[in-house]
Every structure is written in C-alpha cells, then in structure tokens.
Design a protein around this ligand. Sequence first.
Ligand code: GLY
Length: 424
Amino acid sequence: MINSEEIRKIFINFFQNRGHRWVPSSSLIPENDSSVLLTTAGMQQFKDYFIGKKDALNDFGTRRLISIQKCFRTTDIDEIGDERHLTFFEMLGNFSFGPLGSDDPSDYSFSGYFKNSAIFWAYEFLNKELGLRIDYVTIFKGENKIPYDDTSYQIWKKIGFDDKNIKAFGREDNFWGPTGKEGPCGPTTEIYINNLEVWNLVFNEYYQNQEGKLNKLELPGVDTGMGFERLMKIVQNTETIFETDLFEPLRSDIISKKPDISIRDLRIILDHLRGSVFLIADGIYPSNLDRGYILRRILRRLMLKLIKNNLINYIESFVLDIKNKFSSLYENLNNYDKIINVIFTEFKGFEKTLIRGLDKFDKIVKYNDNKELVEKLFMMYTSYGLPLDISLEILRERNIFLTEKDILFFEELFKKHQQVSRGL
Ligand code: GLY
C-alpha cells in the first residue's frame, strides 16, 4: 500500500516538474502574521508575496511554490475525539503569485498562473497521478457583490464534469480567508472525494482590511490547501484518518499497551500528543496566555486520558514514536530531551490537582439539575483547581453535556468570584 512518504514525494515531484519550488514548512509560530496565534494555513508564510510586498521571482527564481505545512487550528478543539477533527495536521499546497503567464497547464515555466492551471493540475494530480475519482466539486455562487465564479465553472465543465457534480455555494462555504483580521482572500473551488473535502483551491483576488472591506488585489494569486491526513485516508482507504500511516507507529504502540482503549480516548491521545510535541518543538511553553494556554489545555487533557488508561508511564515511548516518524522532515523534533522535559514539567505541576480532582469528582459533583451541576463544577474549580474543560471531559465520558447557557452561568459565577476576591 502506498504510504505517506511516497505521497509526499509524488506531490513534490509533480509540482516541481511544473515549475514549482518546494519551500519547507514554516514554524507553528507565525513569522509573518501577528494577527493570529498559530500557523493555520500554508499561505501564511507567503502573505507578503500575495500583496506584492515581496517578489517570488527574486527570492525563489519562480512565481510558483509548494509546501507541506504544519498547521494547528483551535476552532475545533472541543470536537477532537470524533472521526475527522484534528488540531495539528499537515497541509499540502501549491501557490502562485502574479504577474500571470499564459495560465495554460502545459506551460511548465516559472510564471504566475491562475484558475485554469490550478484546477487542471489539481484534477490531474488526484485523477491521473493518484488514480482517485473525484465525486464532485464546489464553486463560489456569488454573494455580497462578489461575482459568481463562472471561470471555475467553465474549467470544470471543460475537464468533463456534469452540472450535477459542480455545486455552487456562497461566502460561508466557498470563500476563504483572510487568516486573522486582514489579508489576502478570495473565492474557492473545493474538491470532494468520498464525501470528504480534500482540496481547497483559493483564488486570492481580494485583500480584506481590518474593517472587513474587500479591495481587489493588484495581482491575483493561487493558494491551495489539501489536508494530508484526509488525502491519506482516501489513498489508503482507511475507516478514518486515524488509521492512516501518519499516526503510526504511535497508534499501534498505544493499542499494544492498552488494547481495550476507547476510540474517543485513542483519538484524543493521538491528536493531542502530536499537537503538543510539534508545538513544543517550535518553541512554545505551557502558560496561561495565548499559545502557551493552547498547549497547556491539550497537555492537560492528554494527561487526563493517559492517567485514565494507565498509559502515563509510556509517555517517553510515545514521544519517541512521533520523533521517529517525523524528525527526518521536521528536524527540531530531534530535541527529544527538551520536549520530554516540557511535558514532564507540565504533568508534574498538574498531577496533584488532577488526581485529587478525579478523586473528589464523584463525591462532590452530585446534582439535581444543570444549575446545581454548574455550581458543583465551579466548586471543583475554586476549591480543587480543576479546570472547567477537564470537568467537561470527565462528564462527556459519561455522556453528560452542558449547554451554552450552562457555560455562561459558569462564567457568571467566575466573574462574581473575581469581584469578591478583588474586594469589589
Ligand atoms: N489556504 C487554503 C486552506 O487553508 O484551505
């Protein structure tokens, strides 16, 4: 079966043969984008090329680039454990920065390209190179004075797609960006295989300013993103992303040590371990602020799951699995001692709280209604330091879910408590 290493090579070769230069992934700490905490997309390190501040031809000898970018997204952090969400993932992408050349897919030069080449190559890569069948594609239907993307429609038709396999959606679905408060953005065409959105082709025609106003970019660009784990799920025909080789040998290692682990716990450990290791390798330390807090949250949830499954003593072996899998691609994973130290220090600092919290949980969290439940969770926080997200996870394991109203009530209690502590 074809593995992820081979797919990386096929992707790189395919686009290198078409005038692209491969640029290594940037750090998870954005170097070029202070408006976001973490790198969430491949285009972030290239923002200055899209807006014409820098010239790709000068810096790379071509207006065509590709990358396999480490990304970390927090929007779905509470969904981790289901079959498709991830915090940390890798994204394959090809990029073009104007001025445009012929936009003919048989033009393998170094000039900029646009919709025609981008769509044709995406189709060629998936269909011809990997032998995959695209179910359907989506295009931008036009909304809020941004016109319908007839060009993409015509290109898909020319390739051979029927109207029923070209679906049009509005801004919510088929318009991407910017990352953070301002930046390049534009209509998209998205490719679906087995009902999974695999590849998002963004045509950066606009710049959204801080006020949310869209202005036409002087020169349009191409920014594509293909989730590697999703692609591998399709290529390797696995049940979910977690059975692909991108999670090996970690997954097998965990299962060999705890064969009856629940699927949800296994997925949380897989996601949070990879995420923590990559965040730490890029220089983030757990703290109560910004990126540090994101790391702290996932490390603490990870610890809960490792303790519950009697896996905490294997953490070194698990981190080693990740290092072995990825360090030839991401050299800073070789700082194994540092990564382990950061994890151990955080675990040590939280251990007492967690163990005492788990011990007290059932004795204290007895309730008749949700209001009382929230009050008890608040007590777990104020008296025993157990963070709400950990309490929510413990409840979730028992199929107990809080509503948005309950969370607001918790926040209200928290505010009142702060005012009392400050003597207000
Ligand atoms: N920048 C394209 C994507 O993240 O999907």
